[in-house]
Design a protein around this ligand. Structure first.
Ligand code: FES
Length: 110
């Protein structure tokens, strides 16, 4: 099943795709959640923005190819899956389903 297939009708518009160029990470507040939206080679992904190791925003870090790197201790995650790539990261990053309608990036928080 692709990440865009879901039966829940809980899509929330969070940003415009034109705001998130390839290689860019946008930090957003959606309700009380901190969300990172980023662009890997033209495909938009969304994850929790707070690192799973300690409190740092991944949107202050770097997206190198398909690797997200935390600015605080250099922890790395696979951007497309959220999988932690080794010390100091021991917990994977939660990703959210994303769909793009025209220029509108929508995420499903359910
Ligand atoms: Fe992200 Fe430590 S807070 S690696």
């Amino acid at each position: 099943m692709s990440m865009t297939e879901t039966t829940a009708e809980c899509w929330i518009s969070v940003a415009r795709k034109s705001e998130v160029e390839p290689g860019a990470i946008l930090g957003l507040k959606v309700g009380d959640r901190d969300i990172a939206v980023y662009n890997v080679d033209g495909i938009i992904y969304a994850s929790n923005n707070v690192c799973t190791h300690a409190h740092a925003y991944l949107s202050d870090g770097w997206l190198e190819g398909d690797v997200l790197e935390c600015p605080l201790h250099g922890g790395r995650f696979e951007a497309k899956t959220g999988r932690g790539m080794g010390a100091p990261i021991i917990c994977d990053l939660k990703l959210y389903a994303v769909r793009v309608e025209g220029d509108d990036i929508q995420i499903n928080l359910s």
